[in-house]
Ligand binder design. Sequence first.
Ligand code: MRU
Length: 382
Amino acid sequence: MFKTIEWTDAGVVMLDQRRLPEQETYLTLRSPEELAEAIRDMAIRGAPAIGVAAAMGIALGFQREAGVPGDDRRGRFESLARLMAATRPTAVNLSWAVDRMRRRFEAHRGEPLPRLQAALKEEALAVQREDIEANRAMGRHGASLLPQTCRILTHCNAGALATAGFGTALGVVRAAASGGKKVAVYACETRPFLQGARLTAWELQRDGIPVTVLTDGMAGHLFQKKEIDLCLVGADRVARNGDTANKIGTYQVAVLAHAHGVPFYVAAPVSTLDPAASTGADIPIEERGAAEVATLGGRRIVPVGVPVIHPAFDVTPHRLIAAIITELGVVRPPYARSLAALRAPAPAGPGARKRGGAATAPGKGAAARPSRPERLARQARG
Ligand code: MRU
């Protein structure tokens, strides 16, 4: 398996996702500024992956500093935090990772520089390692929702490339496939950056998982022809009520799924839940440059002078989501309650439930209480 991002003595090494699928080239980033630019320009992208990159960027910022005088360290940290947080606004994993680095920084701020450097590097590596673990757990929980044979529609790329490894939505696909289920994926191309066509297709093909690409506008036709059994996507931020921001175009897939009685699942780690957002209206939507929409493959496709819009994400209302798959289990509506229980600290003592008591563990629980879109889909399948 390729490495999305890696900490090395030479700097932070990452697979340049802008060049896929034609070229598999790796960038070595030696400063936090270079790293921030790589996030902004989407050499690395996907909510959990940019969280890892931001954490590494902060660690790098102290690594390269020959000696930050004790008093200036907090100022240095905060300017690195601002640099990272300003790169992309929608994925909450980024500010989550920055906050986590801040807590570690504060715990070691007064120590000799080598100790502070080691602590920050260790924290960034922990963010990376724990993301892979979370994805594997999500895979186990999510795979239990999938029928033995199924055709899955996904949007954007929520795979190993979008995370520290394994993937969220594609992690569920991987876990199901390696558990012997017969899964086939339909990947929306995902205009304008083409994460589905370029990245999802690339990584699933490498794994030998059947994948077919469609243009975004073909999804309705596929639903009508009963070619889709379920939808499975990632998320950039989940509000307290379950409203979920993901790549632009996800909302229309969810509407289609609802209209056709097909379950629509979101896979996201707890680091993607934003307790500060009460509904989707609180989620900032990134606007990228007009050129991404007005050009295709370097060629202008919109007449000069005609405006284009480019919201990079949209919000899927919680009522369209059959279940949210997290590393702590599968949560179902009403999300205001089930997500809150997931975030609640676990009670102490013998026999106490694990954190996330509202979530159902893999297997029987998750499959036993289907939500309405799931029931409709099962009826339709007979
Ligand atoms: O603009 P991108 O490519 O960073 O958008 C990525 C997505 O929308 C993903 O679906 C999301 O980050 C989840 S990745 C596990």
